[in-house]
Design a binder for this molecule. Structure first.
Ligand code: NAP
Length: 558
């Protein structure tokens, strides 16, 4: 039976990150009996956890903030074009306080299990503290990069100094001066950390398995006057984000790569290299993403830039990727990254030449020698996209576990629904528009669509919603087809589900994690589905009025 003692909600949202914050705002505005369950002790998701030095937006700050409230837009001053973690967390807390959302959030609550009750058409949740909750609809605001993963190295527990994943960088101030620090990993996180701490540590040793293509972030402060000008253009800025594939202010160059001369291509690249943000990736020629030859020419251009910035030619060569082209993996944006290697206190260890063998009591051992450290930082990435789902025992109809269903990769309908898991809704799920685009822009789209959907469901009194197998198969095939067009399909990166530290995610087992069709195409598609009466979704259940109060469908008593 449904628990009627106050632990039943119409909607439970898991996760108080950017998605959860906006989702609960929409639900509270509708007066729905809803709560957010969050494992961490505070809100903010990725910006709550990632407190490593250098953590900042790669999105223009003013395209990352929520767009739903003009008052919020008018009062918030982004101090930098690419704002750093402390300010980002302050912003999200400000949003929660401004709209009084905190009282709808429960922190330090880890959901261990979510089982669908096919008789009552509700989800039964088990929280790690032993509590159980029920809800009609389970909305997943799980982070896409929220399960950090560590190397599987012998001796990791034996190290006597401090060691942590970047996701768990200590919340208290950590004095790095005079310390011997190791950073393992050169993804977007490692590249941010290394650029930031190189001149603040005693000695820094970077352990690089594979280099990543990277280009300058070109960050800068935003003055009061500039912020006022940005505020005046917010409508235009969000309209640009809505029409660009990535949901950013950067629009692809519509000229054909081969239609312009080499000089014109280089002129564009010279300009983009000095342009802030992802312009170098997203305002480039579209062929970069699909055409090997075009990609190789551009990659050679960036390689030359690296050679110009790194004084030691041997080090420069090690920092230039040879196994993939620019933009095929997610491009980390850097600040002083390449210059860090010109410093006397910074050393690069190429794990391709001398692999890590083990962690010792005093540091790290490669196949060549031992290194001593005070601190080891693991910037080794995440069990991305589906990792947070895999950590919860989610069971749908017939006891089917989601972990089992997705063991070879996710399959969804629109990235929002999963056949066999009724009443489970993912505004920012695997294969949805947000995973591959400017995240908050995709989230607002996803949350708005899902909230409209729920309103439709409530208006008609449905109690059970489920994507058909056919609809899911078609969407998943469509997502896979998009990969086929992109050079990215071969990338050893989380875009394809690769993670050498997670069993089953090794190289070569391609998972279709993200939607590559771009934001406008995605939005168009989900809007068509809604206009067609939510085609592909079976809407069933008893009409409401009589059932509503008992099921907690009622509005929050205010
Ligand atoms: P990542 O891109 O997966 O990079 C992990 C790094 O660790 C790679 O260099 C990887 O090498 C290395 N590594 C993993 N296991 C290792 C092992 N056992 N031994 C040695 N090296 C190992 O992870 P990330 O840098 O945390 O970034 C993940 C994503 O988070 C980014 O792509 C981005 O979407 C997001 N992010 C965003 C921002 C932002 O928006 N500002 C900032 C940071 C991160 P291999 O390449 O050889 O596997």
């Amino acid at each position: 039976m449904i628990d009627k003692t106050g632990t039943h909600y119409e909607v439970v949202v898991i996760g108080a990150g950017v998605a959860g914050i906006y989702q609960i705002k929409r639900l509270v505005d509708l007066g729905v009996n809803a709560t957010v369950i969050e494992a961490a002790s505070g809100l903010g998701g990725t910006w709550y956890s990632n407190r490593y030095p250098g953590a900042r937006f790669d999105s223009e700050s003013y395209t990352y903030g929520f767009s739903f409230s003009k008052e919020l837009l008018d009062e918030w001053h982004w101090k930098e074009h690419f704002s750093a973690q402390p300010e980002n967390l302050r912003y999200l807390n400000h949003v929660a306080d401004k709209f009084d959302l905190r009282r709808h959030m429960q922190f330090n609550c880890r959901v261990e299990a979510a089982h669908f009750d096919e008789v009552e058409n509700v989800w039964r949740l088990k929280i790690h503290d032993g509590r159980t909750l029920t809800c009609r609809f389970l909305v997943m605001g799980l982070g896409l990069l929220s399960i950090p993963t560590l190397p599987r190295l012998e001796g990791m527990d034996s190290f006597k100094g401090r060691s942590f994943h970047t996701f768990h960088w200590p919340h208290e101030k950590l004095d790095l001066s005079d310390k011997k620090v190791a950073v393992i990993g050169t993804g977007a996180t490692g590249i941010q950390v290394i650029g930031e701490i190189a001149d603040k540590v005693g000695h820094l040793t970077v352990f690089q398995r594979r280099p990543n293509w990277s280009a300058p972030l070109n960050n800068g402060p935003i003055s009061e006057a500039e912020m006022a000008a940005i505020r005046a253009r917010y409508d235009e800025i969000f309209a640009t984000c809505a029409r660009t594939p990535g949901g950013f202010v950067h629009e692809p160059d519509r000229r054909g790569f081969y239609e312009v001369s080499r000089e014109e291509r280089v002129a564009l690249w010279d300009r983009l290299y000095g342009t802030p943000g992802f312009a170098i990736w997203l305002a480039n020629f579209r062929e970069i993403f699909m055409d090997e030859k075009a990609n190789a020419e551009f990659s050679a251009y960036i390689a030359e830039r690296i050679r110009q910035r790194v004084k030691d030619p041997k080090v420069a060569e090690k920092l230039i990727p040879k196994d993939h082209g620019f933009g095929v993996q997610r491009v980390p944006m850097e600040t002083n990254y390449f210059e860090a290697y010109n410093r006397d206190n910074v050393e690069l260890v190429d794990l391709g030449e001398t692999p890590l063998v083990r962690v010792t009591e005093t540091g790290l051992r490669t196949s060549e020698r031992d290194y001593d450290f005070d601190i080891i930082v693991y910037a080794t990435g995440f069990d991305a996209i589906t990792g947070a789902y895999d950590r919860i025992d989610i069971r749908g109809t017939g006891g089917l576990t989601l972990r089992e269903k997705w063991k070879d990769g996710p399959s969804t309908y629109l990235g929002i629904f999963i056949h066999g898991f009724p009443n489970l809704i993912m505004p920012n799920g695997p294969q949805s528009g947000s995973a591959s685009t400017n995240y908050p822009r995709g989230i607002e789209t996803g949350v708005n669509w899902c909230t409209d959907f729920l309103e439709h469901v409530w208006a008609h009194g449905y109690t059970r919603v489920e994507a058909t197998q056919q609809a899911e198969d078609a969407w998943t095939a469509h997502v896979a087809d998009m990969y086929a067009m992109m050079l990215m399909r071969r990338a050893k990166s989380w875009f394809t589900g690769y993670n050498s530290n997670v069993p089953g995610h090794e190289e070569g087992r391609i998972r279709h994690m993200i939607y590559n069709g771009g934001a406008p195409k995605y939005v168009n598609r989900i809007n068509k589905v809604a206009a067609a009466g939510y085609e592909g979704i079976e809407l069933t259940g008893a009409p409401v009025p009589a059932a509503a109060p008992a099921l907690g469908l009622g509005r929050i008593a205010s």
